[in-house]
Design a protein around this ligand. Structure first.
Ligand code: NDP
Ligand code: 2IT
Length: 455
């Protein structure tokens, strides 16, 4: 049972956002863990911190017109949700996917506020994107958009977004379907309009201000976080059998790091299904997946011969015996039934690489079974943290070596782990990283908001 204050704020958020299920899920998940810290700090309620935290500072919605390869005018909806700037400039990714709507972007922006606070770096929270599908051309069924269609879309998107971002205002980056190609096009258009070279986006190419290890950072960080959780039980990843979902940026680099640390990765997946490799993915096969996804832009089913392909299936109920699961695809991709199967088949660790991939009942199942469970806002924070390192390098007009960035990433993931672990223990929830991450992320933002007055 939550306190009167939390219940009142939640009732109000539910009433005002009744059609935004993902946003409500994210808000409930955070607010329902904050009672102990709210009780110990009455100044938060006095300053109406929760009431202010659940409302974005600004939401931009705009038209994105562009011309496809057949000469037809197409129109998409573009968004930027600038959620909270208490501790630094707005920061967060852009998602291009037909499922993009305000509920999804508000949930992602809300999560980003706490995640960015956890990174130890000064970054506020934001998210944006468009209901644009680069994987389906608007004129030819079964064909993806051409590079020049994606470029024209990105240029139009940036022509409007330009007015609302800047290196000290809001610094977007990638997310689902927004990778190096899209960031390049977006950056080129920003620079052209601004007539100025600034680090206004992160995830840039190495030749124009990108940081080494940024592509790897989210997946690697997820695995470093898992190492830290296992260390609390004097255990390691060596020999662990791991299921991963997704085969994009986060999933593929999580797989690469796990294999390098001696773990066995048995699944990757995408919209076409799951590729199960009983003896474990080799580094070579993971490279083939990366090439398939970022160069050929094809489907995982094309590599079916490398193992056993389960068409249309997610990876959670395939293997008979698993030690770890890393959901790295999308929100609500792992439900209560999947969680029960995983616990029954031996899983001791779940490290969320995606944002909010486990449903609330799945999380409850994991916590009840004392699984080492890390919420995405803690364990996928390595991506945005390394974006923060890219911003630092751009500001000082320097580039750091892979070793330097990787060492900083490792240090940040350990700090996030330890802060979440200690916050949970302090409030009587030892080992509960959901409570720990929410409280540790919240306190810094709340203190900054109190100090800055009613704004
Ligand atoms: P990508 O677009 O590179 O990869 C997404 C993967 O998820 C693809 O394999 C995609 O399959 C799969 N997927 C997406 N939707 C579905 C669906 N409906 N059914 C089945 N599979 C699906 O994105 P990222 O790897 O960047 O992002 C993955 C997750 O990680 C997201 O939740 C994102 O918010 C989160 N994240 C990303 C960060 C980053 O730095 N990139 C940082 C922190 C979190 P297909 O190829 O067929 O589309
Ligand atoms: O969800 C996320 O943290 C991201 N997509 C990365 C954001 C960023 O600014 O690097």
């Amino acid at each position: 049972m939550s306190s009167k204050y939390v219940n009142e704020v939640l009732a109000d958020v539910r009433a005002k956002n009744a059609d935004q299920s993902e946003f409500l899920q994210a808000v409930e998940e955070v607010l329902m863990t904050l009672d102990p810290v709210l009780k110990a700090n009455p100044q938060y309620e006095e300053a109406a911190i929760l009431e202010r935290l659940v409302v974005p500072e600004r939401i931009l919605i705009f038209r994105v017109p562009w011309i496809d390869d057949k000469g037809k005018v197409r129109v998409n909806k573009g968004y930027r949700v600038q959620f909270n700037s208490a501790i630094g400039p707005y920061k967060g990714g852009l998602r291009f996917d037909p499922t993009v709507n305000l509920s999804i972007l508000k949930f992602l922006g809300f999560e980003q506020v706490f995640k960015n606070s956890l990174t130890t770096l000064p970054m506020g929270g934001a998210k944006g994107g468009a209901n644009f599908n680069p994987k389906q051309s608007p004129h030819t069924p079964g064909k993806r958009c051409s590079d020049s269609e994606v470029m024209r879309f990105c240029q139009s998107f940036m022509t409007e977004l330009f007015h609302h971002i800047g290196p000290n205002t809001d610094v977007p980056a990638g997310d689902m379907n927004v990778g190096g190609r899209e960031i390049g096009y977006l950056f080129g258009q920003y620079k052209r309009i601004a007539n100025e070279w600034t680090g206004v986006l992160t995830g840039k190419g190495l030749a124009f201000g990108g940081s080494l290890i940024r592509p790897e950072a989210t997946g690697y960080g997820d695995v470093y976080f898992a190492e830290n959780m296992l260390a609390t039980r004097k255990d390691t990843l060596e020999g662990k059998v791991c299921a991963i979902s997704g085969s994009g940026n986060v999933a593929s680099f999580a797989a690469q790091k796990l294999v390098r640390l001696g773990a066995k990765v048995v699944t990757l997946s995408d919209r076409s299904g799951t590729l199960y490799v009983k003896d474990g993915y080799t580094e070579k096969l993971i490279e083939a997946v990366m090439n398939l996804k970022t160069v050929k832009r094809g489907e995982l089913s094309e590599l079916a011969k490398a193992g056993k392909f389960f068409k249309g299936a997610n990876p959670w109920q395939i293997a008979d015996k698993l030690d770890c699961a890393f959901p790295c695809s999308r929100q609500n991709e792992l439900d209560g039934k999947d969680a029960a199967y995983l616990v029954k088949h031996g899983v001791i660790l779940v490290g969320e690489g995606a944002n909010m991939p486990s449903t609330p009942d799945a999380i409850e199942t994991f916590l009840k079974a004392k699984v080492l469970f890390s919420p995405g806002k803690a364990s996928n924070a390595g991506g945005v943290a390394t974006s923060g390192l890219e911003m630092s390098q751009n500001s000082e007009r320097m580039t750091w070596s892979s070793e330097q960035v990787d060492a900083k990433l490792k240090g940040i993931m350990k700090a996030i782990h330890d802060n979440a672990y200690e916050a949970a223990a302090k409030y009587g929830k030892k080992g509960n990283y959901v409570v720990g991450a929410n409280i540790a992320g919240f306190v810094k933002v709340a203190d900054a908001m109190v100090a800055q007055g009613i704004v």
